[in-house]
Design a protein around this ligand. Structure first.
Ligand code: GDG
Length: 459
């Protein structure tokens, strides 16, 4: 197996469990080949005259057999590349939120500049037979930049977020440039069949692609393979976290506090793609339409802080605070509140205990590439008495997890009906659904994802 080089916006030390399943899986692949992981250090440096001329300094660190190489960003590059183009244009548009996109013409220059700088910095670290795997929307033009510097190695790209339909994509002024840049890769991986269909429609309608056979597309005078590789979790790692001390402690506390009540759980980054206001409205509708849940059902919603310097995220935070206040104010009792909203990050080791204590998980994004929380909830359940997953049909995970209760998150009454169904589902049906869901996430786990992508890239 050739050496693996991973490039992503951020680099994580794969030996730390806080890093999560993706870092662990990439770390495993990197470890197997003594690989290299390159990306932004997370540091922002002031631009000095000297620094403006010179290339940024490379920080190199060993993590077991893996080399971690990172670079700092200047404030200006960070604002244009990360906040501006990646999270102010690509993130909202790829999640169908044209209303939230900020098409400031200045951002794209920073996006290109940082991609070029990444290419220049990583190039001298490469060996001739390396396999390069680039991750996510921050780095779409990286292969193009590497090719222009003479890089001939195989380069694959995985998009973790959805690829929108052509007419949504076309709202981005540089949409053709972005799709053309994908054609500098040897392989592009997407999360779902839906994303793959969108890509095919785009290249047929907007780029006059000639024909596609077994995932091959020709356009812009080049050929590219595009396939769906739905990402999974490390089911065994998550199941063993569930048996850990922190998770068991959390489970015991939750069971104790909610002994006679029903617990629902939501765990998300505080992001407008996750459908949080709609979820709270569905809870309100549940209390209105099924008053038996008053004084009984509680949703614990963890909303971990994310991208707080982007304006839309602050607006969302205020909206959630208002909704929680009004629902709790209207329905709460001296000893019961329908919503427990926590705007903080909870330790990863505690999450399985919270999932296991909950009868129902609400995973209701308006659009999501995959959604790993849905899979973590399944992995953490007690097979003898499992909880029920209520899942948005707009999450990539809905293509695989057909035994969840699929909902339209924009329809708060319909979602409330599904929650009521979930809360009262007989044990036998819960077990049957859970067995099938668990079999699915076991078969398509994160190791499968990583292996399939790399095998395909090597072909
Ligand atoms: C992108 C795509 C795709 C969340 N809050 C806390 C916490 N988390 C962890 C969860 C889960 C992860 O973060 C979130 O993963 P998701 O898949 O749900 O969503 P994104 O962050 O948007 O990820 C997504 C994914 O990439 C992978 O390809 O599935 O569609 O948008 O693991 O558990 N972890 C801890 N505390 C928290 O408060 N420790």
């Amino acid at each position: 197996m050739p050496r693996l080089v991973v490039v992503s916006n951020r680099v994580a030390d794969p030996r730390k469990t806080a890093a999560g399943g993706l870092a662990v899986a990439l770390g495993e692949a990197l470890n197997a080949t003594g690989g290299l992981w390159f990306g932004w250090s997370g540091n922002i440096v002031e631009k000095t005259d000297a620094a403006a001329q010179a290339q940024p300094q490379l920080h190199v660190q060993r993590a077991g057999d893996v080399t971690l190489a990172t670079v700092d960003l200047t404030q200006e590059d960070h604002d244009a590349y990360y906040l501006g183009y990646s999270n102010g244009v690509l993130w909202p548009v790829f999640h169908y939120r044209l209303d939230l996109a900020d098409f400031d013409a200045g951002y794209i220059g920073g996006y290109r500049r940082v991609n070029r700088m990444f290419a220049q910095q990583v190039l001298p670290l490469l060996r001739p037979d390396d396999l390069i795997w680039v991750h996510d929307y921050h780095l779409i033009p990286l292969a193009e930049e590497l090719r222009s510097l003479g890089c001939r190695q195989r380069i694959g790209f995985f998009l973790h977020i959805p690829l929108p339909p052509p007419l949504i994509m076309a709202a981005i002024p540089a949409h053709e440039w972005l799709i053309r840049a994908l054609f500098a890769y040897d392989l592009v991986g997407l999360q779902s069949q839906t994303d793959l269909n969108h890509f095919a429609r785009y290249v047929y309608t907007e780029a006059q692609a000639e024909q596609a056979a077994d995932g091959r597309f020709s356009a812009f005078g080049r050929e590219l393979r595009v396939q769906a590789f739905p990402i999974g979790i490390d089911v065994d790692e998550f199941a063993s976290l569930t048996q850990g001390r922190e998770a068991q402690e959390t489970l015991a506390t939750m069971r104790d506090q909610y002994a006679k009540r029903r617990l629902l759980v939501g765990v998300d980054r505080l992001d407008y793609s996750k459908g949080l206001p709609q979820r709270l409205r569905a809870m309100r509708s549940l209390l209105q339409r099924y008053p038996g849940n008053c004084n009984s059902a509680t949703l614990i919603q963890i909303a971990s802080p994310s991208r707080e310097t982007v304006g839309a995220y602050n607006d969302l935070r205020r909206q959630l605070e208002g909704l929680c206040g009004s629902i709790n104010g209207n329905y709460g009792e001296l000893d019961w509140m329908p919503i427990r909203y926590i705007h903080r990050t909870v330790a990863r080791k505690r999450l399985p205990g919270l999932y296991r204590a909950s009868r129902v998980a609400l995973v209701t994004p308006l659009r999501d590439g995959m959604n790993l929380v849905a899979k973590e909830f399944i992995a953490a359940q007690d097979e003898a008495d499992p909880g029920v997953l209520v899942l948005s049909r707009f999450a990539g995970a809905a293509e695989q997890l057909r035994d969840a209760l699929l909902v339209n998150p924009y329809d708060s009454d319909g979602t409330a009906d599904a929650i009521q169904h979930a809360l009262h589902m007989p044990l036998e049906e819960r077990q049957t659904r859970h067995q099938r869901l668990l079999a699915n996430i076991r078969e398509y786990d994160v190791h499968w994802w990583q292996r399939r992508f790399l095998e395909s890239l090597q072909q």
